[in-house]
Structure formats: C-alpha cells, structure tokens
Design a protein around this ligand. Structure first.
Ligand SMILES: Nc1nc2c(ncn2[C@@H]2O[C@H](COP(=O)(O)OP(=O)(O)OP(=O)(O)O)[C@@H](O)[C@H]2O)c(=O)[nH]1
Length: 337
C-alpha cells in the first residue's frame, strides 16, 4: 500500500563549523550572517577563556549568538552544548524566561582545537536533542597557506579533515596553483568522502555548506574511488589519518558482516573516525546504508536495487593508524559463500 503522506522532518538542522586556527571560521560566519539567505540562524560559539571575543567580530547583530566559554567544546559538550540547545528550543517555543527567539537553523562554531567527534555524537546519543535537531554537516575551513605545516604537526588538524563533510580550502590567494593542487591531493587522500571547495575570504555559495544533509542515511554516497585507486601508491606524507575504500560486487553475508562490525567497533572503534557506505547483503532487495562516528553507528535499508544497476557494496573508512590489511581481509571474509 503506498503511503499517502510522508513524514516531514521538521527538526532544526545544525551545521558544525570547525577548522584550523586562524583559517577563516569567523570570516565564514560573517559571510553567512551578511548573505541574503532569508533564514534566521542561531549561532553557538565555543571559545577558550573567560571572555569570548569572537562575537564582537561577528556582524549581523540581529542573529542570536550564544557563547560557551567554559573551555573546550569537547570537554564540556555533554553538558553545555546540550543545555544550550535545549534552552534555545525552549526560547523558540516560548517556554522560557528568556525572550522568544526565532531561528531556522543552528550553526556551531568550534574552537580551532576542538575535536568535532563529541559534537557530532551529541546528535546521535542524546535522545531529546536528536528529536529536535538533526546534524546537517560538518564544515571544516582549511588555511591553505599553513595547512601542510598544521597537518604535519597537528593531530587535531588531521582529525578535523577526517570528520568533515565539506572542506573549504581558504586563503587560496596566498599560495600558487601548484601548491594548492598538492594540498588538495593530500586532503582528498585523507578524506575522499568530503566535498572540497576553494575559497578566498571564506566566500562560498551557502547552498554548498547549509542544508546539504550529509548525515542523512538515504543520501547517495559520493565517492571518487578512481581517484583513490590512482593514488594508492602515491602517499607522500606519513599522515596518521587515512582512508580505506572497499568495493565488492559479490553479496555479503549478513551474519559475517555483523560479526566483522562488532569486532571492528570493539577493537578499532576509537581509530575509525568516520565511515559511511552502502552494503549489498545476500537475499536483501534493498541497499543497506550505514555510517558512523567512532563506536556510534547507524544502518537502515534504503531503496531497492534498480534493475539497471549492479548491486555492489561500497564504503569508506576514514581513520587514524588504520590497519588496512586487517580491514581488507576481514571484509573479504564477509562475502557470502
Ligand atoms: N589573505 C587572506 N586572508 C584571509 C582570508 N580569509 C580570512 N583571512 C584573514 O585571516 C585571519 C583569520 O581569520 P578568522 O576568520 O579570524 O579565522 P578563525 O578561523 O576564526 O580564527 P580563530 O578563531 O583564531 O581560530 C583574518 O585576519 C582574516 O582577515 C583569505 O582568503 N585570504
């Protein structure tokens, strides 16, 4: 029986803005605030130290700006972020001592050092939050001029690349085309699932960063495996963060795949930062979509395989110090016999 009505997802979309120190996050925030998008955006800014100064730099005064000044977002996220998101919703619904606020979207600016994982996980694990908000995308601003150096030194910079759905390579005016190309190649090897755009003064078409549904399970996975394959033997850098791409046309055995996932998440969950993909399971007519952040993982059947497409499992794991041989052999053992 076809359903007559479709449930409309009325949850508030949340964009997490992260990026290297001084990369251009505040510049991007200003760009969002002054652009003519017709939306009201509530902004949550996380700053180190007692007094946040970033809000003074943000133009567009009629936006609602909330600050978390109690240190790094990753340490206080479970408390502060959840509290602020709940307060915001109460104020939106007029159930608060605060004045009523109106907003269509939330933007969270994390500090240059924050690990985006706990922020992303908040929207999976806290039921109350997950009912009211949906994570739209993690957008990472990269400082093109200093990126190579920051990536060489920084654990955090690498993780921010790993988690991102959109990478804005900013300050392209400061480096040559050749350097830019080299940097983009490095970023793509680390995270082939992210969309990559070049920007100057963080100026980007907002449709490319807001409302992109990167965390929707039924979204088509956009990977460029040919790029990966063509660069497999070409790693110039010894980056901790790497990606592994899996592709298999033969159907997978559900039990074997579940066992593999269990072992993977127990033994290597801390190191698998982001993963997403489509599985072709033996005897299942639909595509199975799955994705996760560290140990938190979700899967759901999606549409049926079409008659004119080859059913195929394809997914990517982006992680730290991944044992590629182990993952590949475990995955190969999941093929249905
Ligand atoms: N040359 C150049 N400078 C830029 C560009 N984008 C931003 N800047 C400058 O870079 C500096 C840092 O930009 P911000 O937007 O404050 O960076 P941020 O990521 O918010 O910085 P933190 O919050 O300190 O991590 C500012 O002086 C900006 O004017 C660009 O595309 N080219």
């Amino acid at each position: 029986m076809p359903k007559l009505s479709q449930e409309i997802d009325s949850r508030i979309p949340v964009t997490v803005l992260t990026g290297f120190l001084g990369a251009g996050k505040t510049t991007l925030l200003n760009h969002v605030m002054t652009a003519n998008h017709g939306e009201k955006i509530a902004v949550i800014i996380n700053e180190y130290g007692e007094v946040g100064i970033d809000n003074q730099l943000v133009v567009g005064a009629d936006e609602e700006i909330f600050e978390m000044n109690n240190g790094c977002i990753c340490c206080t996220v479970r408390g502060d972020l959840i509290r602020i998101l709940n307060e915001l919703m109460e104020a939106k619904n007029g159930n608060s001592h605060r004045k009523q606020v109106h907003f269509d979207r939330v933007l969270i600016e994390t500090t240059g050092l924050a690990d985006p994982a706990p922020v992303a996980q908040t929207f999976f694990v806290d039921e109350n939050i997950a009912e009211q908000y949906k994570l739209d995308a993690i957008v990472t601003v990269v400082d093109a001029k200093h990126a190579e150096d920051q990536l060489d030194k920084g654990h955090e910079a690498q993780e921010q690349v790993a988690f991102s759905d959109v990478l804005l390579v900013n300050k392209v005016d400061l480096i040559s085309e050749e350097e830019l190309h080299k940097l983009e190649k490095r970023l793509k090897i680390m995270n082939p699932a992210a969309k990559l755009y070049r920007t100057e003064q963080s100026s980007v078409d907002l449709k490319k960063i807001l409302g992109i549904n990167a965390f929707e399970l039924d979204k088509k996975l956009e990977l460029d495996p040919d790029f990966l394959n063509s660069h497999e033997d070409d790693h110039e850098h010894d980056d901790e963060v790497k990606s592994i791409f899996f592709r298999e046309d033969r159907p997978l055995d559900l039990d074997k795949m579940e066992r593999f996932l269990k072992e993977w998440l127990t033994e290597h969950g801390a190191d698998t930062l982001r993963y997403k993909g489509v599985l072709h399971i033996n005897g299942v007519k639909q595509r199975i979509i799955f994705q996760g952040v560290h140990m938190l993982f979700a899967s759901a059947p999606d549409r049926n395989w079409k008659s004119d497409e080859i059913p195929r499992s394809e997914f990517v794991i982006i992680g730290r110090n991944l044992d590629e041989a182990w993952f590949k052999s475990q995955f190969a053992a999941c093929v249905a016999s």
